[in-house]
Design a protein around this ligand. Structure first.
Ligand SMILES: C[S@@+](CC[C@H](N)C(=O)[O-])C[C@H]1O[C@@H](n2cnc3c(N)ncnc32)[C@H](O)[C@@H]1O
Length: 397
């Protein structure tokens, strides 16, 4: 048999006899070996073989209905963890180790420390879970952790820290868990203050804007910041082209969609996934990366923009100077983007934090706009250094 016969034979295996890809490869290797080592014939490159198809393995996932049935069997903390696993895609151990201090209720973010490959990662906290979570947290923070170190205790405390029930030692000789001690303590097992105090939770729960956001179906209270800025500075016109930077969980996109009508072109970008907002084109990407910028340019397809809104905020590290520098950097990137993409006369809204570098940032913006206003919407918490710079009337370079 010459090379074309060998190719025809191997093709026949795949097409007529439907063997697996591995069987076809094995036959090919055996024939090459036979020709080369036994018959002393070097076959040419066999590239006209029809390859056997590797089987498509579809992942098995539960349907929404099945998930609902599983969740219906869970209650209390188990229900909360179950909903978190389903709603955020977190792994089981991430759910077990989660601490309240790693949940940013204001931004609807959850930080996972030392996850896969020891990397930290951030995911979104779905709005539907935020409320039961917030309700759960203060109850847990009242629970004291009375059990003293020992290796097992230390390990267990790590898993139960903050979010979970008080670790329960067995009573000697009984096998029944001791009742958790409900005496109030302002300290967590590490002896530090809880970041989310009961007072904070209370304020948050009763926050007028949180309630309103829930009532009106907005994904976060941030919606009201944009609404107020837009009303004050006349930012919206029907049919505009708008870019929403740092858009997740999506309340600004919701407002834009609602106020600008169906003729508007809205492109949103975030490094976190965002549930779809009808009529908004979402790009998942890091605004600092070229790949995300390329996607954004492709989405705009050369169309100039009427309005850029940026609510970009860095993940806080807790080191104030570093957080401030990151926030200014994101703001500057947003201004650069706006300077290249805005129409003459277009507007920019950009979040900033008062502190180091703020004045310079404001001056940078003034170079690109007729007027720059510093605004503090009512929905922005008084205690926060957050403000918004509104640049009106983009001046072409
Ligand atoms: C305050 S939240 C935005 C809230 C949003 N405006 C809303 O109304 O729902 C800030 C967002 O900035 C995003 N962000 C921070 N750094 C980013 C980056 N480098 N690239 C893309 N998004 C980023 C975060 O993921 C976060 O979702």
């Amino acid at each position: 048999m010459a090379a074309p016969d060998v190719e025809a034979f191997l093709t026949d295996l795949a097409v007529a006899r439907r063997v697996a890809a591995s069987t076809q490869n094995q036959a090919k290797s055996a024939l090459l070996c036979l020709y080369k080592e036994v018959l002393g014939v070097e076959l040419p490159w066999l590239d006209r073989i029809e390859k056997a198809k590797a089987p498509t393995r579809l992942p098995v996932v539960l349907t929404q209905e099945e998930i609902a049935r599983v969740l219906a069997h869970l209650s209390g903390i188990h229900a909360l963890i179950g909903r978190l696993l389903y709603g955020t895609g977190m792994r089981v151990m991430e759910g077990m180790r989660l601490r309240v201090k790693d949940v940013d209720f204001a931004r609807h973010e959850i930080l996972f420390r030392d996850g896969k490959d020891f990397k930290d990662r951030v995911t979104m906290l779905p709005l539907a879970i935020a409320a039961p979570f917030v309700r759960h947290a203060p109850a847990r923070s009242r629970v004291r952790y009375p059990h003293r170190p020992g290796t097992a205790g230390t390990l267990r405390r790590q898993y139960h820290h903050d979010l979970h029930a008080c670790p329960q030692p067995r009573r000697p000789g009984r096998g029944q868990p001791a009742r958790p001690c409900m005496k109030k303590s302002p300290l967590n097992p590490a002896g530090k203050k809880h970041r989310f105090s009961t007072a904070w939770m209370h304020t948050h729960l009763n926050d007028h804007y949180v309630t309103e956001a829930r009532r009106l179906g907005y994904r976060s209270r941030a919606a009201f910041k944009l609404t107020e800025l837009a009303a004050k500075d006349h930012l919206f016109r029907p049919g505009m082209t708008v870019v929403d930077l740092g858009s997740a969980p999506g309340s600004w996109s919701q407002v834009l969609r609602e106020k600008l009508g169906s003729g508007a072109h809205i492109v949103a970008l975030d490094q976190l996934p965002m549930d779809p907002v009808p009529g908004v084109l979402f790009i998942l990407g890091d605004f600092r990366e070229d790949a995300a910028m390329a996607e954004l340019s492709a989405a705009l397809a050369g169309r100039k923009v009427d309005l850029v809104v940026s609510d970009l905020a860095p993940n806080l590290s807790g080191v104030a100077s570093a957080d401030q520098a990151r926030s200014v950097y994101l703001g500057e990137l947003a201004v650069d983007f706006a300077a290249s993409w805005l129409k003459t006369g277009g507007d920019l809204v950009v979040k900033a934090f008062q502190g180091e570098g703020f004045q310079e940032f404001q001056r940078t913006m003034q170079a690109h706009f007729d007027k720059v206003y510093v605004r503090k919407p009512k929905a922005s918490r008084d205690k926060s250094r957050e403000v918004f710079l509104v640049g009106k009337g983009h001046v072409a370079a």
